[in-house]
Design a protein around this ligand. Structure first.
Ligand code: GLY
Length: 367
């Protein structure tokens, strides 16, 4: 594949997203932003696979490297882990000219970005995402955070990386369930913005699931281009950026209700997109073909499309706690066509209750 470069334009702190299938272009993509000292933040799984490659490249840049390895999983996105990383940064003499390298998936990206945003009031960081979810979504756009015991992602900031380097070769070693979780966000980009991408994806989803490089690079490029466009219009989620939360109102509710143990993020978002589309169908915003197509994509990606065994009242309560809600009403992003969504603040709660009573597949059967 030919390397792809996408610019994310902002009033200050614009940066590039590089997509390649090796580490060959990494040196050039990050060198201007790495000082004499850098701290690579990664988790135990990714450390085994890629830390040696990155260490070698950073040393060739002339940077003295410290490796900080955290436990894999959401529990590492905590102030406690953050404190241990500040300690490691201080002990290794990182200063304002040093940099943080986030090497891993969404957890590592959010945590490392948070450290970069707050250490000495902010130092450079670059994102090297190694999961599909991080490559199509979380590594781009500068959302950095750690969790509070009472709420996810509640301590954080918008703090943009200096560069994002995506090596799609890293996806070869990604477990199938993690690959599917990234597919939920990838499919989301088609439904929120890009009907042309959906047409392409219909023809190419098998190639993507087989992890063929050309197809992956094209799809990841489409998602990053859309995200770059949306973030450049609305960096701090005052308006347009909210549409990136399609599937997330119900998805976050499901995740929090099941203590982040039952579903991966992408599985919860997949279910959220199906049920939010069912709401849209009930409201007459979309026809059944939209819902059929969404379910078809998610099944192809081995993602769930039906919620079982969840108490609707508890789910509604969990959704009511989402930090995106305004003035006590639950904010929903709903499809209004195939490849187009809108934000709704005041939905009829009875209608929302109703969609959980029946399988969305029943709406989607043409008769
Ligand atoms: N992951 C959604 C956003 O970056 O806004």
């Amino acid at each position: 594949m030919k390397p792809i470069s996408i610019d994310l334009e902002l009033p200050i702190n614009s940066y590039s997203i590089h997509i390649d299938q090796s580490w060959e272009g990494l040196n050039k993509a990050i060198k201007p932003f790495i000082g004499h000292k850098a701290m690579v933040v990664t988790d135990e799984n990714v450390d085994e696979l890629f830390s040696r490659d990155i260490d070698f490249i950073l040393k060739s840049i002339g940077s003295q490297v410290t490796l900080a390895v955290v436990k894999p999983g959401e529990d590492s996105k905590s102030l406690k882990t953050a404190e241990s990383l500040y300690t490691q940064a201080l002990k290794n003499g990182l200063d304002r000219s040093s940099a943080i390298i986030a090497l891993g998936g969404g957890v590592v990206g959010d945590l490392a970005g948070f450290i970069a945003a707050t250490y000495m009031r902010g130092i450079n960081y670059v994102q090297i995402p190694t999961t599909l979810l991080a490559q199509v979504d979380s590594s781009v756009g500068g959302k950095v955070a750690v969790n509070h015991p009472l709420a996810k992602n509640i301590i954080g900031s918008f703090y943009q990386p200096k560069s994002v380097y995506i090596n799609i070769d890293t996806l070869k070693s990604l477990p199938d369930r993690q690959f599917s979780t990234g597919m939920a966000e990838l499919i989301k980009y088609g439904f929120i913005w890009d009907s042309e991408f959906l047409i392409w994806l219909q023809k190419n989803i098998d190639r993507i699931m087989e992890r063929q490089e050309e197809a992956l690079a094209y799809a990841i490029g489409c998602c990053c281009r859309t995200k770059a466009h949306i973030v450049s219009q609305d960096e701090r989620e005052k308006g347009l950026r909210t549409i990136l939360n399609f599937g997330h109102t119900i998805g976050h509710g499901l995740e929090s209700l099941t203590n982040y143990k039952l579903y991966t993020h992408g599985e919860a978002v997949a279910l959220g997109m199906v049920y939010e589309s069912s709401i849209a169908y009930q409201m007459g915003l979309v026809d059944r073909s939209m819902l059929d197509l969404l379910i078809w994509f998610l099944e192809k990606a081995n993602l769930p499309t039906e919620i079982h065994g969840v108490d609707t009242e508890s789910l509604m309560r969990a959704m009511a706690h989402d930090k995106k809600n305004k003035d006590d009403s639950i904010v929903f992003v709903l499809p209004v066509g195939t490849g187009k969504v809108d934000v709704f603040n005041n939905l009829d709660i009875k209608l929302v209750h109703e969609v959980f009573k029946e399988s969305p597949k029943n709406y989607s059967i043409d008769n």
